[in-house]
Design a protein around this ligand. Structure first.
Ligand SMILES: Nc1ncnc2c1ncn2[C@@H]1O[C@H](COP(=O)(O)OP(=O)(O)O)[C@@H](O)[C@H]1O
Ligand SMILES: [Mg+2]
Length: 226
């Protein structure tokens, strides 16, 4: 079983958005997933209610996630996705301690890029593999990324932080889908939002394979925190 934790001290970076879209993308009968909403704000829980199918199932956590994870393992869950509050409270630490890999979403702005440092420190202190995902980025122009994304990458390189090579663009489709309780592919299978979520998922899968020792670390986006 793999546990993917979405964490960052900054509100609005895209933790709940990416958790919902990835879980909807990954969950199927042959690949059972579980959502854990550890944020009292309950964004993921709201999306799950709008979805109305209880697929994937959702549990809420207030202080710790260990027991939920243990019972998910017994139930044969393959992927657990944990959405966390925008702080470094006990439940966030506990989620990170239980993670296979931590995804740190960040918008490509100077405040946002600076705010990832605490979360990086927590990952390093717990020796957890992690990667930053640039979210809410301006659309690519041709194949080129926008200048603000390049500036964000340069700043993150100074922290020696691993960053996913792709981006999740700021897209109304991602919001519209959430409002319907859907993921990007369910909302518009051929859309660009679905394409980007699929690419992000492929990168997470590659990293997790490498973390598990079942794939080469060469193409993986994460760094093993040391
Ligand atoms: N890539 C994106 N494109 C469009 N809207 C986005 C994107 N990422 C996040 N949002 C929107 O921005 C707001 C904050 O995102 P959210 O996922 O709630 O952040 P967090 O959980 O980190 O606080 C939400 O309204 C969300 O739907
Ligand atoms: Mg949230």
């Amino acid at each position: 079983m793999n546990v993917i934790v979405f964490a960052s001290r900054k509100g609005g970076s895209g933790k709940s958005t990416l958790t919902a879209h990835l879980a909807a993308h990954v969950n199927k009968a042959s690949r059972p997933c579980l959502l854990i909403d550890a944020d009292p704000q309950g964004s993921l829980t709201l999306w799950h209610k709008l979805r109305g199918t209880n697929e994937p199932p959702l549990r809420t956590a207030t202080r710790s996630v260990g027991e939920i994870i243990a019972s998910a393992k017994r139930d044969g869950i393959e992927w657990v996705f944990i959405d966390t509050p925008p702080n470094l409270s006990a439940v966030v630490e506990d989620a990170i301690r239980n993670a296979t890999m931590v995804i740190i979403p960040a918008r490509p702005g100077v405040f946002d890029v600076n705010a990832v440092q605490d979360t990086i420190q927590t990952c390093r202190a717990n020796r957890k593999p992690y990667a930053i995902v640039l979210n809410g980025a301006p659309a690519l122009r041709g194949e080129g990324e926008s200048r603000i994304v390049t500036i964000a990458r340069d700043a993150l390189a100074k922290f020696k932080a691993p960053v996913w090579g792709g981006q999740i663009t700021n897209r109304a489709d991602l919001l519209m889908a959430l409002g319907e309780g859907q993921g990007a592919r369910e909302y518009a299978a051929e859309g660009r939002a679905a394409y980007e979520i699929n690419r992000l998922w492929a990168a997470i899968e590659r990293s997790v394979k490498a973390i598990r020792g079942a794939g080469s670390a060469g193409g993986a986006m994460h760094k093993q925190a040391a």
